[in-house]
Design a protein around this ligand. Structure first.
Ligand SMILES: Cc1cc2nc3c(=O)[nH]c(=O)nc-3n(C[C@H](O)[C@H](O)[C@H](O)COP(=O)(O)OP(=O)(O)OC[C@H]3O[C@@H](n4cnc5c(N)ncnc54)[C@H](O)[C@@H]3O)c2cc1C
Ligand SMILES: *[C@@H]1O[C@H](CO)[C@@H](O)[C@H](O)[C@H]1NC(C)=O
Ligand SMILES: *[C@@H]1O[C@H](CO)[C@@H](O)[C@H](O)[C@H]1NC(C)=O
Ligand SMILES: *[C@@H]1O[C@H](CO)[C@@H](O)[C@H](O)[C@H]1NC(C)=O
Ligand SMILES: *[C@@H]1O[C@H](CO)[C@@H](O)[C@H](O)[C@H]1NC(C)=O
Length: 443
């Protein structure tokens, strides 16, 4: 379908006109504001960035189903957007004509303290999840990312890590059920999708397999008082011999006295003092980590707009000597194949480069990072991976290049699952898991 005929074809396919009101055509007055509402990288907020021919904003799960069935019938490219934080904008940008399935209205959070679990819909933000958990109980939490505006949908399906990773692992290490639509428009849960597909959408990315509606997560316990600190060391203070300044930020699930005595023993070089420490609630620590004054009203976590939006490019690596996010703890105990996320034991750190286009840290860091394969974190999407060493025609060969960096040996299992559940590659994007049988048909 062309960009001109696609919207009409699509709308006419719909089973009920009531759903039409959830469709925004490029001519609708709110089209631009809805599109821009979840653009989190200004590189993709330009007048030349290709726009979707439609934005679908389902507020009922069956609107999602209608969109999938009609899109599949007319082979329209679907981009699924939850919180819009994809570093490369893959949830709302494409080089082919496409439409956005925008999940922001599907954001209910249901917490059950009896079973210490919660169902969280894909369009919820992490800040909303944290706030709602705290509202029910001050001694429960969920291990996920630091930035409160990140969407549950993209975050969890890609793994999800945060500052409790060493204690409780990744977000996906605490997911117990899920609801998702497959390419045939069937609403599946863990039981009906089976363990393979459930495994895939807990770290292998959702956009290759279907539309995730919600995850059921296990809450974790935290003490009433936790401790945070942010300690800066300069070069003169021996922070490191390659940068000018290093900042150590921490969350400790305990009081400051215990933390200071622990670090005097385990990390004396830091020279941590009681006065560096701030005792607060777990929700207060969420504010601290995202650079919000911890005395601010916690309702700021319900704000779906970030404090600032920038032009950004991010990269990631895994290594054995430099420090950014510390691994170890629970992360080292979980087998590499437990979820698609393979960077666990043997990684001391994840490095994230917050660099811009002109100053890639890649080659500079090469001697110090993982090799064969060089690793990268799927949630830190990087379209540079996979550009080299591939013949553009063969999507499987191209997919292997980035796929092995993100998933190491788990890539093969993801390809098998993809081939089984979406053989015609309906759910796809620039870095989705390839479906080799479909590729064969094309050749
Ligand atoms: C400011 C900032 C801070 C970050 N902090 C962290 C952090 O602390 N920890 C961490 O692990 N990561 C972090 N990230 C990375 C973040 O986890 C990923 O970008 C994540 O994919 C964002 O999810 P989203 O729903 O907001 O993004 P989106 O852009 O909406 O989606 C990301 C990808 O997931 C797909 N997707 C989204 N929703 C669904 C769905 N319902 N079903 C199927 N597929 C779906 C999209 O199509 C896209 O491919 C951060 C990113 C930013 C920009
Ligand atoms: C978008 O515009 C169409 C055509 O003008 C209209 O029928 C539809 O109701 C509008 N949708 C929304 C959500 O406003
Ligand atoms: C995106 O671009 C539009 C149009 O130029 C502008 O109005 C809007 O403020 C921009 N978004 C952000 C977050 O800067
Ligand atoms: C920095 O390291 C040097 C050499 O190892 C040592 O002599 C010096 O005391 C250290 N400085 C601080 C502030 O720890
Ligand atoms: C946090 O807010 C309090 C109360 O408004 C203020 O006194 C304090 O200086 C603020 N702290 C920081 C670090 O801005």
């Amino acid at each position: 379908s062309t960009a001109n005929s696609a919207p009409n074809t699509f709308v006419h396919c719909l089973p009920s006109h009531r759903i039409i009101h959830q469709f925004l055509h490029q001519t609708n007055t709110s089209f631009s504001s809805v599109l821009q509402a979840y653009i989190r990288n200004l590189r993709f907020n330009t007048s030349t960035t290709r726009k979707p021919f439609l934005i679908v904003t389902p507020f009922h799960v069956y609107h999602v189903q209608a969109a999938i069935v009609c899109a599949k019938k007319h082979n329209l490219l679907t981009k699924i957007r939850s919180g819009g934080h994809d570093y490369e904008g893959l949830s709302y940008v494409a080089s082919q004509p496409f439409f956005i399935l925008d999940m922001f209205k599907l954001r209910s959070i249901e917490i059950d303290m009896e079973t210490e679990t919660a169902w969280v819909e894909a369009g919820a933000t992490l800040g909303e999840v944290y706030y709602r958990i705290d509202e029910k109980c001050k001694t429960h939490a969920f291990p996920a990312g630091v930035c409160p505006t990140v969407g549950v949908g993209g975050h969890i399906c890609g793994g999800g890590y945060g500052n409790m990773m060493r204690k409780y692992g990744l977000s996906v290490d605490n997911v117990i059920d899920a609801q998702m639509f497959d390419e045939q428009g069937r609403l599946l849960d863990r039981k009906s999708m089976g363990e393979d597909l459930f495994w895939a959408i807990n770290g292998g990315g959702g956009a290759s397999f279907g539309v995730v509606i919600a995850y059921k997560v296990k809450l974790v316990r935290v003490p009433e008082t936790v401790t945070v600190f942010r300690v800066r060391k300069t070069l003169e203070q021996n922070a490191t011999d390659i940068t000018i300044r290093a900042t150590f930020v921490a969350l400790f699930l305990g009081d400051s006295k215990s933390l200071v005595s622990l670090l005097i023993d385990k990390f004396p070089q830091l020279g941590l003092k009681q006065s560096d420490c701030i005792e607060t609630s777990w929700l207060g620590s969420v504010l601290f980590w995202t650079n919000i004054n911890i005395t601010a009203p916690v309702e700021v976590l319900l704000n779906r707009q970030p404090q600032s939006v920038n032009y950004l490019k991010r990269k990631s690596d895994y290594d054995i000597q430099f420090q950014f996010n510390s691994y170890g703890g629970r992360m080292a105990k979980i087998p590499l194949t437990e979820t698609p996320f393979p960077h666990r034991a043997a990684n001391l750190w994840k490095i994230q480069y917050l660099a811009n286009w002109n100053k890639p840290g890649k080659e500079y860091m090469t001697p110090f990072v993982s090799k064969n394969p060089r690793g990268a974190f799927f949630n830190y999407r990087d379209l540079d991976l996979g550009i080299k060493n591939c013949n553009g025609k063969n999507s499987y060969a191209k997919g292997r290049v980035y796929g092995v960096k993100y998933f190491k040996d788990n890539f093969n299992r993801l390809v098998q699952i993809k081939t089984k559940v979406d053989p015609h590659n309906f759910f796809r994007n620039e870095q989705s898991i390839p479906a080799p049988t479909y590729q064969k048909l094309l050749e």
